[in-house]
Design a binder for this molecule. Sequence first.
Ligand code: ADP
Ligand code: MG
Length: 452
Amino acid sequence: MNIHHIHQSTPATAPAPIAELRAVSKSYVTGGGHELKVLDQIDLAVHEGELLALLGQSGSGKSTILRCLTGLVEPTSGRVLHHGAPLHGINEDASVVFQTFALYPWLTVEQNVAVGLMSRHVSREEREQAVDRAIDLIGLGNYHKAYPREISGGMRQRVGIARALVSNPRMLCLDEAFSALDVLTAENLRQELVSLWRTPGTGLSSIFMVTHNIEEAVEMATRIVVLFPRPGRVGLVLDNPLPYPRDTKSAEFQRLVSVIHECITTTTLPDLPPEVPVAGQPVSRARTRMESIPLVPVGQILGLLSLLHDSPGLSNIYDISDEIGQEFGNTIALVKAAEILEFIDTPGDEVRFTELGRRFVAADRDGRKAIFAEQVFRLRLFHIIIALLQECDEVEAEKVIKDIAMALPYDNPEKVFQTMIAWGRYAGLMDFNAKTKMVFVPEDEAEDTVSP
Ligand code: ADP
Ligand code: MG
């Protein structure tokens, strides 16, 4: 049973939240003089004992919420509370770990950790004890005297966390604290922080974490708040009852991840036509969910396909990665792109042509274009543009980008837009005029066959 549920079920005796926003809005005045509304009427409370994750895409206002909650920034309107009373100045119960934080290169690990006590009046002895404890808690045991340059990125991030823990906070706030780390290091730190939070007697009651990573939120949090963007609004609030330690491979875990993903895409897209019927072309049922596309150029997809075609023995994804000399992550993105276009299948580590993929590679330029267009058409994401272009021949890029941002809160809408245009252009379905910033239906496809 998790502590959060105990609080939920006994509201009458439950202590006031450690930190709370009531109807908080925040606007900034931009360089051009107009007002940018970043947060709109946010109600959010961090309760004693809970591990609350705030999930939202980049730019949705997560860091601003964290800064308001901890007293680093003042809201434009609304109230910030601390144990039920108005917060004045910095919340002394909270410590923040930022994604990138400066370690002083000329200070040792223990001196860097002690920076977290700088604003407090403590004796030298108390300080040394607190530093030792924080260093122990976060597994930096043998590195007291090391300098930042002598330790790995993961260890440096631990120093940042130890610096936050040294003041013995009741609430630890993490702002994308794992996003700059490699996968394994991040995974380790996540598990360690959860077990630290679950250990009684550390003084740490709650964790408030900000992330754009759904799996990370589901792995760690007892409760998840999803922030919708532009302006930031509270979208969904979900309890996460899965027992710790959580198995990220379990069906339950994956189900919760897809529920969140699903809710986000369906609730932010109320009026998108589910299917756009065109020229008797049925939309693939398997791809009706709004799914992002890997941000890879068409040329690289074609390159991957011809490599596979020319090297029939080459099917292992690691070998392919070596062969094309790309980082593994890029190779995965390329393979994923070819897969959602249904040109290849990926059983296990293997990459294999589909029937369609073979036909595509064997086709001439026009044949390829037609097949590509058909496949792009099956991707529901493209219906955002196709639906708009069916109403009129031209549509503002800004409008398209806004719709993409609504459909895919976890992606960079500009980059997705550029990739979609590149794919759509190759398919002959759409084009973009960078001067007028309009997306349009290409008039004469024959013309561009002159280019190689
Ligand atoms: P997130 O952490 O979710 O990426 P932020 O809270 O950092 O989002 O920012 C939300 C929006 O507010 C962004 O559009 C950002 O450009 C804007 N913003 C944040 N801080 C400021 C500031 N000090 N002045 C002007 N705009 C800001
Ligand atoms: Mg941020």
